[in-house]
Design a protein around this ligand. Structure first.
Ligand code: NDP
Length: 455
């Protein structure tokens, strides 16, 4: 097929963070003709049913501590019950506003939008659920992922993260199954909003894959706040009852929860898209296999974001989208750098993390561990429970800071900045040469003098 016969230079499937960014930049900055299909809402998981509404719920939930602190600081304030209806009405309006912005960004860039489901017919053709067919020189799959729950009887009567933002009322009690990002974040959020939360995690410690000591610290803090945490425990069976769901656990306990929420991971959205039929290779679990340039086994088809299951975070999908545009339309082959990505888990307190865990670093080379745990000034004055922990992992050989882990209020904000230094390859001595900002929590990052352990 020659270039002239294509309807578009680029057709993007999926209007989430990655797809919208790639479409917009390709059209606005490189002047290419772009079409985009979205079957649901623009903004995708992050904006509509993930990061954004979740963070707004984190803010809502945090006022519980803020009221208590305010009283401790001398303010005469009462904290009445949380009104979910007031909040959720505002939340939905905000999501509508953000979706509108996403649509108008695409429109202003000249991207042609199709509110339809798309599948691939061949290496250059997509078929839309409207019955139309569109051809494109390049096709970008950015369809994201969706929550997954295990195949257990009555699982369809339970909630997944998508449902939480659309609840008509907040339940009195909730069981959260899982111990990853979503389980832990929502356990804290919902507890803060007044729900009695139990969390059952099948493994020994929540937040698998993160630094062991920090995982334990977050778990202790969550427990201390009143979340009923059970590790090594899973759902054996459950059935609906008048009061909600009667759940039997692998430990033999039987309890009724008004709602059960499965936060047991996500699956890439690759089903019924014709991908394998045209030669796009999928990994076990359904993720699209791509090279460093996000190119699939079919040269004209690229894929970015959660559908590729590399690092499933919004800013990563956006970077992958930008690198794709630069590679394909900017004439500059740009591999995506997935090293040293800082991230935050919005538990209460938050965890910010970048680089290697202590366990991974110790397995790799001799290291020094610098760590501190303390009660933050603001919390201590308010006589509220809750500690902060900070940790640096340092290479003995070249003094590079290999990892930084923070559990503290605002740890997400702190780790963004620590992440710059670590990405630049800063050494422990360069951290030490940096004058402290006083009085702050993060000053501890530049004042830890003696290792607590070495290997
Ligand atoms: P995760 O993969 O992080 O966690 C899934 C959890 O479910 C794990 O604890 C896992 O246990 C458990 N699990 C898996 N299968 C079963 C089963 N059959 N029965 C019981 N438990 C099970 O997924 P999430 O859904 O929490 O999050 C998905 C992704 O979304 C994350 O990986 C992250 O990339 C992204 N995300 C990022 C956020 C952020 O940056 N703040 C916030 C929310 C999501 P085990 O550990 O034993 O495997």
């Amino acid at each position: 097929m020659s270039d002239t016969v294509f309807d578009y230079d680029l057709f993007v499937i999926g209007g989430g963070s990655g797809g919208v960014r790639a479409a917009r930049v390709a059209a606005a900055e490189y002047g290419v003709k772009v079409g985009l299909a979205e079957e649901d809402r623009y903004g995708g998981t992050c904006v509509i049913r993930g990061c954004v509404p979740k963070k707004l719920m984190v803010f809502a939930s945090g006022y519980r501590d803020a009221f208590a602190d305010a009283r401790a600081y001398g303010w005469e304030v009462d904290d009445g019950p949380f009104n979910w209806h007031t909040f959720s009405g505002k939340l939905q309006a905000e999501l509508d506003r953000l979706e509108g912005i996403y649509k108008s960004l695409l429109d202003k860039a000249g991207v042609e939008r199709f509110e339809a489901r798309a599948a691939l017919k061949d290496a250059h053709t997509v078929t839309l659920s409207t019955g139309e067919e569109k051809t494109a020189k390049h096709i970008l799959v950015a369809t994201g992922g969706r929550p997954w729950r295990p195949d257990i009887a009555n699982a369809e009567k339970t909630l997944v993260s998508d449902d939480i933002f659309n609840l008509k009322d907040l339940p009195k009690s909730m069981l959260i199954v899982g111990g990853g990002y979503i389980a832990c974040e929502f356990a804290c959020i919902l507890h803060g909003l007044g729900v009695e939360v139990s969390l059952w995690y099948r493994g020994a410690q929540i937040l698998n894959g993160f630094d062991d000591e920090m995982r334990g610290f977050v778990a202790d803090e969550m427990r201390a706040r009143g979340i009923d945490m059970h590790s090594g425990e899973n759902v054996l069976e459950m059935e609906a009852s008048d009061g909600g769901m009667v759940v039997k656990s692998s430990h033999g306990q039987e309890k009724t929860f008004e709602k059960v929420f499965y936060a047991t991971g996500r699956l890439p959205n690759t089903e019924d898209m014709g991908l394998e039929g045209i030669g796009v290779a999928l990994a076990q679990g359904g993720a699209i296999k791509v090279d460093n340039y996000s190119q699939t086994a079919v040269p004209s088809v690229y894929a970015i974001g959660d559908v590729t299951d590399r690092v499933n975070l919004t800013p990563v999908a956006i970077r992958e989208g930008m690198a794709f545009v630069q590679t394909v339309f900017g004439g500059e082959p740009t591999p995506v750098d997935h090293e040293l990505i800082a991230s935050a888990i919005f538990t209460q307190p938050e965890m910010g993390t970048v680089g290697m865990t202590e366990e991974a670093a110790m397995a790799q080379e001799p290291v020094e561990i610098y760590a501190t745990s303390f009660k933050a000034m603001q919390t201590a004055f308010a006589e509220r429970e809750g500690r902060v922990m900070m940790k640096l992992i340092v290479s003995k050989a070249n003094r590079t800071v290999l990892g930084c882990h923070i559990v503290a209020p605002q740890a997400g904000e702190m780790i963004q900045l620590a992440g710059i230094a670590i990405k630049m390859g800063a050494t422990k001595e360069q951290f030490d040469q940096t004058c402290a900002v006083h009085p702050t929590m993060s000053e501890e990052l530049v004042t830890m003098r003696t290792p607590v352990r070495t290997s």
